[in-house]
Design a protein around this ligand. Structure first.
Ligand code: SAH
Length: 282
């Protein structure tokens, strides 16, 4: 597979350029789409997403139309954020473009939106956080690593959906599981206006993986366990990679490569700080 720069069915540049899409009446919302607004507008939303990607994404609802002015206003901070992450050591150009493309402020509560492009994790409710842009980029870079194409990728811990959107720019199919129902709903609402056709969200216990879709070419955990669940190791394709924070108070990124039917190798990398991986659903 050739590397894609973006999988958005509607390139965001065309939205910011204002040439491709006419907003549905009424006119697009001029204020930032925020997690809170989205959660509110999603209260009567559809049932949780099914597992298989299908051609064509749900059309955005009028109140969820991306505001062009809003996207343009955040173009410079997005570029600056990607440049900063590059200075911090992330080199993969596709990952940096993805970081520059996804409007992170859409995933953050309005009260915190001034910090949307700072390199910080921020609260998203339910004692969970949106990950730092640097760590999102770093983990995806580690997942890509060898240049093996990322056809099918699984993320454990959707949260507000930000990392899933970034992943969808670099992988052909992305599946993301969240165990907290209101966060799963929030991610759906946040992602809907972006119309990402190659991303499927699943409500459930990510420690069990998604056996009906496996094997995966890459698996990313956005929450830290004391070790990596066996089910996830079993759902890796041979040659695939898994990147996960491992530990409790002290955590490190771990990268696991499946080298054979019953063989895996593991590298322990930099320290990190993630919310805990928990079993079951909430
Ligand atoms: N990916 C997010 C980060 C979310 S924080 C981002 O883009 O910033 C980690 C998330 O992992 C939390 O929402 C938490 O509820 C979820 N989580 C923890 N254990 C889980 C499990 N077993 N299955 C699925 N999600 C889990």
């Amino acid at each position: 597979m050739s590397e894609k720069r973006s999988n958005f069915p509607l390139p965001l540049s065309s939205v910011t350029g204002g040439t491709t899409r006419k907003p549905a009446a009424p006119a697009p919302v001029a204020t930032p789409q925020t997690a809170t607004q989205n959660a509110r507008s999603n209260q009567a939303g559809p049932a949780p997403g099914a597992a298989k990607p299908q051609a064509g994404a749900q059309p955005p609802q009028p109140q969820q139309t991306l505001a062009r002015s809003d996207l343009m206003a955040t173009e410079a901070p997005r570029r600056a954020m990607a440049a900063r992450v590059a200075r911090q050591g992330v080199k993969d150009p596709q990952v940096l473009v993805a970081l520059e493309t996804v409007p992170r402020h859409l995933f953050i509560e309005e009260a915190l939106s001034a910090q949307a492009y700072a390199d910080v994790s921020l609260p998203i409710g339910h004692n969970q956080t949106i990950s730092q842009p640097y760590i999102v980029a770093r983990m995806i870079e580690l997942l890509k690593g060898s240049g093996r194409p990322l056809e099918r990728v699984l993320e454990i811990g959707t949260g507000c959906g930000y990392q899933a959107a970034v992943l969808a720019c670099v992988a052909k199919e992305v599946y993301s599981i969240e165990r907290i129902k209101p966060l799963h709903e929030l991610a759906k609402a946040n992602l809907r206006p972006l119309r990402i056709a190659n991303l499927r969200l699943q409500y459930g216990d990510g420690m069990l993986g998604l056996p009906q879709v496996a094997p995966f070419d890459g698996i990313i955990l956005a929450a830290a366990g004391l070790d990596v669940p066996r089910a996830l190791l079993e759902q890796m394709a041979i040659g695939a990679r898994l990147v996960a924070p491992v530990g409790a108070q002290v955590q490190h990124l771990q990268r696991i490569t499946r080298t054979g039917k019953s063989e895996w190798t593991s590298e322990t990398l930099e320290s990190c700080h993630f919310v805990p991986l928990r079993p079951g659903i909430a």
